[in-house]
Design a protein around this ligand. Structure first.
Ligand code: NAD
Length: 463
């Protein structure tokens, strides 16, 4: 396993200067070279697939199936799409035809923004680091990636592999924690993509404002699930429980809590118990079945929420500090003022908040920060439209959880406190691209437009 070392702070300015020189070298003006770098990124992932599985197992205790499904295999497919699409995305576009303007050939050039910074969280290190990196390269930028210090094995692997696969003049890893990131944020960037919690998001946005650097903020929040009694009960329980237990609940779009009619709460709990027994015949702690909390601090925070709840644990509840294990846990009769409702849970705890009417649940959601995702489980189109039409969120889904960030062609992003801007696919290319408008006006245009020049005579004004 590679050794995890922080980048010396005094090297950060030098790295920035080298990437600036790399940007102006013009290498990435050539789309073929961008494609070559994207291809290299694909080889980096393919050649080292097993090593990434091992680093995720070391950092997050993650089962190999989750590593492949959420990150390695899916990102290889997505990055290959970037490789295939970049020629089309990067092509200059003609403005729509207009009789007045067409002689001047109005054109939009897709220009890179310069040296860009990607700050990544711990929970999906490939999806949230290498996909944006591929987008930034596709758009022709040079890039600093700052991975999370909470996943030392994976961040060390990035630092080892990047110089072997990618052009060092164009792409670098800076490893570190707050001091290193603070220094990075003091520098001017063409764009910053930050993924993480809202508290640090505010720090990033404030630092970026000093240089008027554009920022994309991919943040978190409490994503609610509305369950309608008119749902496919077994499927509902399976998809919610899986969405909560995957990566031990450390998913930005994990179902955070459930809103359900009071009279349906126990029926839903029974279905959760059945789904749980099917998922974990040997218990969730059996080897290779469940990820662990990322750090002792994360374990202490999530198990603290569980200790402080006034709701009733009806499923799971086991915690083990030594292995940072927390079982998928369902808690019933949770009230709005409960500890579990005070912050994004980011762990495998699933509180159920029963309500007397759907309007009560909607009012609760609308009284809080707009979430990154809202989920509705129902077979009733009216129920779906009521939820969709009376709430705001980064995205909204019916009868599904957590897989939408991987859906090809869909933008991924939050709204308000859950984020601003979108990425993945063409949307990722767009955030790292400046649309440079251009006219190329021939001399004969003056035959039509010479009236614009002084003197501004009365005759000209009349005509
Ligand atoms: P975090 O905010 O603690 O850390 C994210 C990054 O910020 C890390 O690289 C870290 O080194 C850096 N950082 C931490 N403190 C900093 C400071 N004071 N100044 C500058 N940089 C600092 O987030 P995390 O714990 O890694 O991830 C969990 C959060 O991320 C959750 O809220 C989750 O919902 C959110 N998230 C959002 C998305 C999304 O796409 N919207 C995806 C994954 C995670």
């Amino acid at each position: 396993m590679s050794k995890f070392e922080f980048t010396p702070i005094e090297e950060i300015d030098k790295i920035h200067a080298e990437l600036k020189a790399g940007f102006y070298s013009g290498k990435l003006k050539d789309v073929a070279y961008r494609k070559y770098q994207i291809l290299q990124l694909l080889y980096l992932l393919k050649d080292n697939s097993k090593r990434f599985e091992e680093s995720f197992a070391s950092d997050l205790g993650r089962p190999p199936l989750e590593s492949q499904f959420f990150e390695i295999a899916s990102c290889i497919g997505e990055i290959y799409n970037y490789y295939k699409s970049v020629d089309k995305w990067a092509k200059p576009e003609r403005a729509p035809f207009s009789l007045l303007w067409f002689p001047m050939r109005p054109t939009i050039y897709k220009e890179p923004k310069g040296v860009v910074l990607i700050i990544a969280p711990f929970n999906y290190p490939i999806f949230l680091s290498l996909l944006p990196l591929a987008s930034a390269i596709a758009a022709g930028n040079t890039v600093v990636l700052k991975p999370s210090e909470s996943t030392p094995a994976t961040s060390a692997l990035f630092a080892e592999l990047f110089p072997k696969y990618l052009d060092n003049d164009l792409v670098r890893v800076v490893n570190g924690s707050v001091p290193e990131t603070t220094r990075l944020l003091e520098l001017p960037w063409g764009h910053i993509l930050y993924t993480g919690g809202g508290r640090v998001g505010r720090i990033v946005a404030t630092a970026a404002a000093k240089h008027l650097t554009p920022v994309t903020l991919e943040l978190g929040g409490k994503s609610p699930v509305f369950v309608d009694p008119k749902c496919d009960l077994k499927m509902t329980a399976r998809r919610i429980l899986w969405g909560k237990a995957a990566n031990a609940g450390q998913t930005c779009v994990a179902p955070d809590y459930i809103i359900v009619p009071r009279s349906f709460q126990d029926t839903l709990i029974k279905a959760f118990k059945e789904a749980h027994d099917e998922f974990y015949p040997d218990g969730p702690k059996a080897p290779g079945q469940m990820s662990r909390l990322v750090t002792p601090q994360a374990f202490a925070r999530v198990s603290g929420l569980l200790k402080n709840t006034k709701g009733t644990v009806v499923l799971g509840g086991e915690t083990d500090e030594a292995t940072k294990f927390i079982a998928p846990t369902v808690i019933k009769d949770v009230k709005p003022d409960d500890a579990l409702m005070s912050e994004e849970i980011f762990g495998p705890l699933l509180p159920i908040m029963p309500v007397d009417s759907i309007d009560e649940g909607i009012a609760y959601v609308n009284a809080h920060d707009h979430p990154l995702a809202i989920y509705a489980f129902t077979n009733d189109e009216q129920f779906k439209m009521k939820i969709f039409n009376s709430t705001q969120s980064g995205s909204a889904h019916v009868n599904e959880t957590i897989i939408h960030p991987g859906a090809e062609g869909l933008p991924f992003g939050g709204v308000g406190p859950s984020g601003s801007g979108y990425h993945t696919g063409k949307y990722g290319f767009d955030i790292f691209t400046h649309l440079r408008s251009s006219l190329h006006s021939p001399g004969w245009v003056d035959a039509l437009m010479s009236f614009r020049y002084p003197p501004y005579t009365a005759a000209k004004i009349k005509s």
